[in-house]
Design a protein around this ligand. Sequence first.
Ligand SMILES: NC(=O)c1ccc[n+]([C@@H]2O[C@H](COP(=O)([O-])OP(=O)(O)OC[C@H]3O[C@@H](n4cnc5c(N)ncnc54)[C@H](O)[C@@H]3O)[C@@H](O)[C@H]2O)c1
Length: 339
Amino acid sequence: MDRYVIAPDAEVLVGRNLGLRLPERSSRERVVVLTQPGEPHRVAEAFVGEMSGLEVMVIELPDRELAKELAVVGDTYDRLADFNLGRHDTVVGVGGGALTDVAGFVAATWLRGVESVLIPTTLLGAVDASIGGKAGINRRGKNLVGAFWHPSRVIVDLDTLDRIPEALKLEGAAEIIKAGLIRDPAIVQAYATHGLGAPLDEVVPRAVAVKAGIVAEDFREAGDRALLNLGHTLGHAIEILAPMPHGFAVSVGMVAAGLVSSARFGFDAAWLTDLLFTVGLPVAASGISGTAALELVQRDKKRTAEGIRMVLLRSIGDPVIETVSLDEVGAGLAAIGAA
Ligand SMILES: NC(=O)c1ccc[n+]([C@@H]2O[C@H](COP(=O)([O-])OP(=O)(O)OC[C@H]3O[C@@H](n4cnc5c(N)ncnc54)[C@H](O)[C@@H]3O)[C@@H](O)[C@H]2O)c1
């Protein structure tokens, strides 16, 4: 088992046969487990079966973004009140990124903050969403309501991740490769050698280490945490316009960022595009409107008077945040097929 410490009371465990290891605390009496329908609920029940001596309530929230609604959070508060979930009790979230986002938000706000433990069941959740303490729900836009609230423990169970469907594995691969591109070239090499079959036992702990390390240094995104946005500046626009799943849009966004990096620093963008393509990730969003994408990017918070703040690569493992002109962004968009 690997252990990554983010803050004195916040850690990530990665390994096999981990089970539900709640942090040691004698005052805990009750545990509420929030989960999603389907496989995450089955995983949650297996974990609950291991708990003894505690009162446990399992609540299944709606799937995907439907869980991140204020009305769902309101109903959940009512259930916690009926259950008497107290200040020394624990909220456990078992599911993908949407579920861990809302579980974190419920824990951050119930009684002004109770302990949370997150068990991500998607690869994207394991290497990205569950780590870093950003909890949130959607209102008039994604993640517009939220809080910084570290889970005291994140349990990344590789046995659960082995079983996820191919599409979820691909989406997660985009975020894992992103972690490699900004801080750990060995991850990129593992995908170059094995494609999507890159061993999870190697790449997941490495990607967790990248995210945990960056968050530990910059909890509130005042500095280096923004490096995690590689591929996301254009990726968000592509996700909406294509539309395509988040991880796929990040892959296309990284291709565009690679091309801008190539023009500025001579970065080998063709190699990166080939790698993503070989892994099975999309490398273009043909037919989306370049003008609409530019408009969305400019509306985003990454805009400054001189241009767009974007994460670029001088080389693999050597990222830099630069202000990029609209012409350069346009060239990146043209290269991924935006018309
Ligand atoms: N807080 C953060 O820092 C952060 C970072 C990145 C993304 N996010 C959030 O994460 C969410 C996306 O996460 P996601 O991609 O995990 O999507 P998701 O949570 O919507 O899950 C996608 C689908 O996979 C299913 N699923 C979950 N685990 C499974 C398993 N083991 N086997 C089979 N199916 C399974 C879910 O039921 C769902 O239908 C978004 O809401 C995004 O805003 C948050």
